[in-house]
Design a protein around this ligand. Sequence first.
Ligand code: GDP
Length: 514
Amino acid sequence: LVNDIEDKQKDLKSRPPVITVMGHVDHGKTTLLDAIRKTEVTASEAGGITQHIGAYQVKVNGQKITFLDTPGHEAFTSMRARGAQATDIAILVVAADDGIMPQTIEAINHAKSAGVPIIVAINKMDRPNAQPDRVKQELMNHGLIPEDWGGDTVCVPVSALKGENLDELLEMIVLTAEMEELKANPTRPANGIIVEAELDRGRGPVATILIKNGTLKVGDAIVAGLASGRVRAMINDQGERVEEAGPATPVEVLGLSDVPNAGDLLEVVEDDQSARDIAQKRQNKRREDELSRNTTVNLEDLFSQIQQGEVKELNIVVKADVQGSVEAVKQSLQKLSTDEVEVKMLHGGVGGITETDVMLAAASNAIIIGFNVRPGVNARKVAEKENVDIRTYRVIYKAIDDVKSAMEGLLDPDYKEVVLGQVEVRQTFKVPKIGTIAGAYVTNGTVNRNAKVRLLRDGTIIHEGEIGSLKRFQDDVKEVAEGYECGIGIEGYNDLKEGDIMEIYDFEEVKRTL
Ligand code: GDP
């Protein structure tokens, strides 16, 4: 957290509990969430239609309860792994006719390891073969002792399908929450957790946020994970626009620059500039992390690369208007890969080219390919600054052609031998500490100091090597032309004889194509 201010005791006010529903598949989690939501719709004075925004609130005897609408311990734990513990109380749904199943046990362990209290909803009580006592017995085996058997685990028999006994379940939640003494400070700048987020065609990035602490207001500058922005509008779970959202309230927030990940933390910061700066720092950090990961992989690959010849990579980031185009570009490009050059799609996504895409490309030396999308003004600016190549296309084959030539640029060139000249050895000199030097005459072409030499004796090659020294009289020279005499030494080679011929040659690069 950027704003990790300690709240004063007097500022702390009690807040609604946040609930996650867990349990084995088909035991009725979704049905239960729907049934609870419906109790509120019929009860609420406004009679508004509950929006699906990833979380909702119901009121029980004037007390609010917040339900996260993504059931299951997977979502719960993946958020936790990101440092976001949203849940205060877990509702464990166990079908009365089925009893405890593998995922029930997982759910229990996940909730336990998070230190979250568990309330058991023994569901499907309407079924003739419902055996609530058997469920309680099985719960005991997993360390959950039912209250009525002397333990502290609240078990409520319900029928989600028939809406039976849900009131009691909700009351038990309120009671448990009271014991937890859940508090927050509504007066401070808000922080919260991204419950879900997506790119909406009309509205841009839309994120459902569960406020953890503080009050979020329209106009607040915010950072969420790698995204930043300003709260442009907020919509509550009833589909109403709101100006403020307090602790444990779920709201949809518009105004982020990018789509954050579920589990990212959202924070209010001082102003737009610091929001951008923080997001930028995080992007850089992630970039570094990614790079260091890449290094490890490369080291691991080193041995196979030595054996197979080094593979060069052309990194690309693909953005397109629809997922189908991303896939099409990806597949066509993969076909271009050879043993020598590989196209690597670092990222492919739907939507315009953002600053984040540009930063990723900058970090990984990638080019960005936009298909029926364009970079925004900021993305363009950053691309210029970071020297990132953005290429946009309207037809796939043009994109492929372009990538092909970029890949050809990465191919090792072929080398062709070119003979530069010929030299006749007319005398030899032994120079102490240096070796044998040929007094030579350039019969045609030129001798270049950096060229290679092939020594011929009676038309047979007896040595190939580098020129060690090239002199005109006492001076070192770079080049000696046809018709001139010079002194030539061959690097590490002394067996020179009068009458030998030196062929002076070099290699010339030849561009290759795919
Ligand atoms: P989930 O996988 O845990 O989310 O389970 P669902 O909510 O999708 O429910 C699985 C099946 O059980 C569905 O066919 C529901 O209609 C049914 N179901 C859920 N709750 C009840 C209940 O209280 N009674 C009965 N008879 N069926 C239920």
